[in-house]
Design a protein around this ligand. Sequence first.
Ligand code: LHQ
Length: 258
Amino acid sequence: MSCVLFEIKNKIAFITLNREEKFNAFNREMALALQKVLDECESNNDIRSVLITGAGKAFCAGQDLAEVVDPAGPGMKKILSEHYNPIISKIRKLNKPVVAAVNGVAAGAGANIALCCDVAVAAQSASFIQAFSKIGLIPDSSGTFFLPRLIGLQKASAFMMLGDKVSAAEAERIGMIYKVFSDDQFKEESTQLAATLASMPTKALAFTKQALNNSLFSNLQDQLKTEDNLQQSAAATYDFKEGVQAFLEKRRPIFKGN
Ligand code: LHQ
């Protein structure tokens, strides 16, 4: 069985981290397989939203710690540069919305991969742990970039230094994630969210993502220019014409993603 499952259905790419017995911890094989399917999501025009989840009880327990001490393993140097950093860059650059559907515990790099997605939702029983300090590491996989921006420096510092377990409800309350769904409804609700995103004007969402990426480091004047440029591109799409036409005709728009 493959360590990353990939299925395209109704314009949604479903990616499932699939090392259930290891709580979907990343080894090299899984990290490279995830990169491969993210590339497919980028290039395949039939895909209009992406949903990442975990098989079984956990979302992802971060790095497989057995691999770190395995003399035949990739070694510390490659783990960030060849595994996690390309995954984060691919998700942030992906020209479609990416939903993290956090079905269970998300620890270490697993938590931070979820938090770099465009929309992170969690099941009521899920939790988030910045597990790094407990093993003498620093938070990586973009955690030090996104977490303080999501929840502020104080809570980010405390969670990262203490390695607290943050419940899904708390994560929602403090703005770490978008929403919590009950365990019963989680699969259905997170799929519905991905379906809604897949029905929206895909190019406008990609330009929105580009503008948000830029906003993380720009000043107001630069950001206004970025919005201006991207808005010209959005206004040139079919979906923009359809959206305006549908409004004027008092009907629901049918977006095609181009
Ligand atoms: C695991 C793991 C795991 C292997 C659960 N590895 N087997 C970057 C730079 C370079 C190197 C290092 O890494 C990184 C990035 C990182 O992600 S560092 C952080 C790595 N992750 C952790 O430190 C988390 C370790 N895991 C845990 O703290 C717990 O397992 C959590 C809180 C995730 C879940 O706790 P429980 O619900 O009590 O489950 P469990 O501990 O019993 O785990 C279930 C199974 O999964 C168990 O296997 P077993 O055969 O005993 O049933 C664990 O050994 C295995 N597992 N995490 N990271």
